[in-house]
Design a protein around this ligand. Structure first.
Ligand code: PLP
Length: 432
């Protein structure tokens, strides 16, 4: 399988080349040059996610040095619980993607990427520094995935005071090869610092810097597999395709669902559920695409005004009309998120996180409009991770799942960092 850049100037490469580079040298994003189609029967006997992923992802690994190691990578990275919880009898199910070590769906992708990168590393390579800016969830997932891995260290930058208390504790609780900084600024400041550092040849070389952000093709691929696994399980139950609703920020998770459908899996319409950031809803309702700065909402892991994977989505649909492709978008404001969390709790005794609430709210809208299709709703984080939002709305404490609880019981440490490149450079060079 060849990978090319969405910009179109960089030479094609195999998967290993695309993983090592992260971003293509012409500034574009790597995309597989074609999408393999999959006969659903070949997946019907898979008993678990890692088996599904091994079959589904094999064509993407063809011809790369990781080809033979795919089964092992899937077993190591994707061996996580994946419950499918009935939400409306026989009509809607919630795919709980938050049973990994850091209680958000990003664990699947971060663990897969880490498993690949560890196998691409030569024994003699200098230790790599994975530098990651986070608004809360990515940092933890990447830290957990690389924690105590020989040959890697992780540096996390998060905006001080802008993540939940539990997220902050979690981010500082790893220790060992994970170094956590709370930046006196916002998420954009953290991202700017990471970009600046990666672009600084001297620092990037000295620290063997690499990133693990959501534009890596190694994070996109594994996410296709859980939509494949769930849509096949639901086809057995309801004998039709399911419509899928995905909480959406940078469009990584939802793009994976779109690719699953393109590959032939039994998925009908796909709904991108965003928070109050209106870029995608505007675009899919017929207006021009207009990227802008993100606005802060209760679903803060989706505070994105210019989704980075839109470029990939547009590339896949370059010869077709993306606005008539069975994809729609709905923007859900903070009031509606709050109402939805209360309503779901009152009706089903189930606490949901603010991101998942955007998707459930989209389901309610569709039902109200008379849509009776079977639906799959992706749940992206455990509600206990957003206790500051969820607990006052449901009126009780939300107990963290065991893996998150284990981190919360550990001591936590984050070093304060001024939002300047110089401070970051000094901090990085002082690491042992
Ligand atoms: C990152 C994140 C999202 C957004 O996912 P994208 O792939 O960026 O669209 C949604 N919900 C939660 C809980 C997240 O952490």
């Amino acid at each position: 399988m060849n990978y090319r850049s969405t910009v179109g100037h960089a030479p094609a490469t195999d998967l290993a080349g695309a993983l090592r580079a992260g971003l293509a040298p012409d500034g574009g994003l790597y995309v597989p040059d074609h999408l393999p189609s999959i006969a659903v029967e070949t997946l019907a006997d898979s008993t678990d996610l890692s088996e599904t992923a091994t079959t589904l992802l094999a064509p993407f690994f063809l011809g790369s040095e990781l080809e033979d190691q795919l089964p092992e990578i899937c077993r190591e990275a994707l061996d996580l619980p994946l419950p499918l919880v009935e939400f409306e009898p026989g009509r809607a199910w919630i795919l709980e993607l938050f049973h990994g070590p850091t209680a958000a769906f990003k664990d699947f992708a971060a663990r897969f990427l880490a498993a690949c990168m560890a196998r691409l590393r030569a024994e003699s390579d200098p230790a790599q520094t994975v530098l990651v800016a986070t608004s809360g969830d990515t940092g933890g997932a990447v830290a957990a995935a690389f924690h105590r891995r020989p040959g890697f260290r992780v540096v996390i930058l998060y905006p001080d005071g802008k993540v939940s208390a539990r997220q902050a504790h979690q981010l500082g609780a790893f220790g060992d090869n994970v170094h956590t900084y709370r930046v006196k600024g916002n998420f954009d400041d953290c991202q700017r610092l990471v970009k600046h550092a990666l672009n600084d040849q001297d620092l990037a070389h000295k620290m063997a810097l690499t990133s693990a952000n959501s534009i890596s093709i190694g994070r996109l691929l594994p996410q296709i597999s859980y939509y494949a696994h769930a849509s096949i399980a639901l086809q057995v139950k309801c004998h039709e395709k399911v419509d899928v609703i995905v909480p959406t920020g940078n469009l990584g998770n939802a793009l994976a669902c779109i690719l699953a459908r393109e590959m032939g899996l039994p998925i009908g319409e796909i709904v991108l559920a965003t928070n109050a950031n209106p870029t995608l809803e505007e675009y899919f309702s017929g207006r021009d695409y207009r990227g802008r700065a993100g606005i802060e909402t209760l679903a803060n892991a989706m505070d994105v005004g210019d989704p980075s994977n839109f470029e990939r989505l547009a590339w896949f649909y370059r010869d077709r009309d993306l606005r008539s492709a069975g994809i729609s978008a709905i923007s859900v404001d903070d009031d509606a998120i709050g109402h939805c969390i209360r309503r779901v709790y009152a009706q089903s005794d189930m606490a949901i996180c603010p991101h998942t609430a955007c998707a459930i709210e989209a389901l309610y809208h569709r039902r109200q409009a008379g849509n009776d299709n079977p639906h799959l709703v992706a749940a992206t984080a455990h509600p206990a991770k957003f206790e500051n939002v969820v607990e006052p709305l449901v009126g009780r404490t939300v107990v963290p799942p065991p893996a998150l609880d284990e981190l919360l019981q550990r001591p936590s440490r984050a070093t304060e960092l001024a939002p300047s490149f110089q401070s970051l450079g000094t901090a990085l060079l002082a690491l042992d």
